[in-house]
Design a protein around this ligand. Structure first.
Ligand code: ARG
Length: 597
């Protein structure tokens, strides 16, 4: 379906043309003065210069033409030359009826669906999942769902960090603790044990301990570095330890992501890029792009138009150790080979922007991907505590994801406890669903690139611009529909076949009914924008608006007591659609609504 704006523009363009002006002046926008009109066209102001006429005269002529059109309820030409537009309730009701019949709520699918890889999550194996990774998971998942909804083929890749120094640190520390293990015996040729020499909690303790040690003990740090290189070069014993670490960590990560309703199509990892590295490095040398500088192999990536210094991209260290850049480049080689993506989107902390600028430039320069392939970096800001510093536990430690989720759920549970009607267990379950909405909405309602304050109190509030508030509105709609179906003895499934009614007159209820219809009719517009800008916060802004207008409509309209049955069915049709739009949107954001709360 065309968007409402497109449909109005078509009429406006025709009206300009009929009055002897260029049709391109018929551009229309949503009004920024909803008290005066719903849409507006400012084309007469621009046309005035070309046609050397007063803008109000042109606006007047075009408005006269538009008044003949049944699509509009009210057209006004106002000084200095705006055309104010109100669309007709009948038109809106028809539009929404069509939208309700469409599986995609009227959105037009991508004309040329793209193959898109989204690189998000990005946890580091053997390190606990912390809030920094939470943002990537939440934002990435939402972007994936948005682009997929619009008909693209979207593949989410968790891209585990499993090839860096943390592996060498763990191996070296393990060697200190258990030197007798067969993995460290260079002469050992037998099979390695199936059982890991550590548990997940031991593993989580080993890493921070080794990391701290490496900062004060240069000899240990060097050994850890050497162990990393050895692992990368295929040392058998180290690979076996690595495999144990992977098995244990990945199982734990999967459990965590499942709890977050974040799902990856691919569980690829940095090490999967290793086989591509030698050929890639050779290719960079052969093309004359890579050269040795200060003992490392580098590629120049600066461009004349750069406003700031972009240093050369490091490809490998002198000892051949691969770096973050190396694996990221080789990962692009692999992605190109396996998927030929039209686009790769990286959802990563914005502090890594330079890294990606360098990597993308090498990838383009060396022809690792075709010129038209889009490599997009979506950098997100830091999640801060109320003190404005990166979010920590009360004791000042790094906040682990599980604990954060636990705290939110407890906060929601506390709120719900007083009015709870269901069982303890049921209330806990609902608190989890609401808690998820609190976290995700709290995060996604901010523009991704901005830092934001994670405020448990505010995010869990049932009022204001929060996840729980949105859920509350959905629950309210569900309950009205349930009551209606009971009272009228109608099968609840049948409610979606009710016919939308045009709002009547200008009584308050009619007004908020129309407002609700207007905002619902803008779903398609919003989706186009959110996908174009990769901006889940647009979805949040939109549903907050829908929820707000619905709440007004609900207070001004006695839906269940309405005696005019036709009118009442029209109301029901409208809120059925509102519910569907809201539910679709929260699904795109990655959470869901309970039946009651
Ligand atoms: N593991 C990285 C980190 O924790 C994030 C990975 C992002 N993706 C990538 N292709 N580099 O910072």
């Amino acid at each position: 379906m065309k968007t409402v704006i497109d449909l109005i523009e078509k009429e406006a363009a025709a009206a300009f043309a009929a009055c002897g002006y260029d049709a391109s002046y018929g551009r229309v926008t949503v009004s920024n003065r909803p008290d005066l009109c719903e849409y507006q066209c400012n084309g007469a102001l621009a046309a005035a210069k070309t046609y050397k006429k007063a803008p109000i005269v042109i606006a007047g002529e075009v408005a006269e033409k538009l008044k003949e059109n049944a699509m509009f309820e009210e057209i006004g030409a106002v000084n200095p030359g705006f055309i104010n537009i109100r669309i007709s309730g009948v038109f809106l009701a028809d539009y929404l009826t069509e939208m309700a019949q469409d599986e995609k709520l009227g959105c037009e699918m991508a004309e040329k669906p793209e193959t898109i890889i989204i690189d998000y999550g990005g946890p580091n194996v053997a390190k606990p999942l912390h809030v920094g990774h939470l943002r990537s998971a939440i934002i990435g998942e939402s972007i994936k769902r948005l682009l997929r909804f619009m008909g693209n083929r979207v593949i989410g890749d968790v891209h585990l960090g499993d090839w860096g120094l943390q592996m060498g640190l763990i191996i070296e520390e393990l060697k200190v603790r258990q030197p007798q293990l067969c993995y460290f015996d260079e002469t050992y040729t037998g099979e390695y044990p199936e059982e890991a020499p550590f548990t997940i909690s031991e593993l989580e303790e080993i890493y921070p301990c080794a990391s701290a040690k490496s900062k004060i003990d240069p000899e240990f740090a060097q050994k850890a570095h050497d162990a990393t290189v050895k692992l990368q070069q295929g040392n058998r014993g180290y690979r076996a330890i690595w495999q144990h670490i992977m098995n244990i960590s990945v199982a734990d990560l999967k459990k965590n992501y499942e709890k977050l309703h974040v799902e990856f199509e691919l569980w690829k990892k940095e090490s999967d890029a290793q086989p591509y590295i030698p050929d890639m490095v050779q290719m960079l040398k052969d093309k004359g792009l890579a050269y040795v500088s200060e003992g490392a192999l580098v590629v120049d990536v600066k461009e004349e138009t750069d406003k700031k210094e972009i240093p050369p991209c490091l490809i490998t260290k002198s000892d051949g150790a691969s770096l973050y850049q190396t694996t990221d480049l080789a990962t692009i080689v692999e992605r190109q080979k396996l998927f030929e993506p039209d686009r790769i989107i990286y959802v990563v902390d914005k502090r890594q922007e330079m890294h990606f600028t360098q990597v993308f430039r090498v990838a383009k320069k060396a022809g690792i991907v075709p010129e038209q392939t889009k490599l997009q970096f979506l950098g997100f800001g830091t999640m801060n505590g109320k003190d404005g510093k990166p979010f920590k536990t009360r004791e000042g430690g790094v906040m682990r994801l599980e604990r954060l989720i636990g705290e939110i759920n407890d906060a929601v549970y506390e709120k719900m406890k007083e009015n709870r009607t269901g069982s303890e267990e049921e209330t806990q379950k609902i608190a989890e669903t609401v808690g998820m909405a609190a976290i995700k909405y709290g995060d996604l309602s901010n523009q991704a690139s901005k830092d934001y304050v994670f405020d448990v109190e505010r995010f869990c509030s049932f009022e204001g611009n929060t996840g729980p508030y949105i859920l509350y509105m959905i629950v309210r709609i569900k309950s009205i529909l349930k009551k209606y179906a009971e009272n009228a003895g109608v099968d609840p499934e049948k409610l979606s076949s009710f016919v939308m009614e045009a709002p009547m007159g200008d009584v308050p209820a009619g007004k908020s009914q129309k407002e609700l219809m207007l905002v619902l009719s803008r779903f398609h517009d919003m989706m186009d924008q959110a996908c174009e800008e990769l901006a889940p916060h647009k979805v949040c802004g939109y549903i907050y608006n829908v929820a707000d207008v619905f709440s007004r409509f609900y207070h001004e309209t006695n839906i269940l007591a309405e005696t005019d049955q036709k009118k009442q069915k029209g109301y029901i049709a409208l809120i059925v659609l509102a519910k569907r739009v809201l539910e679709t949107c929260i699904d795109l954001l990655g959470f869901e609504a309970p039946d009651r709360m």
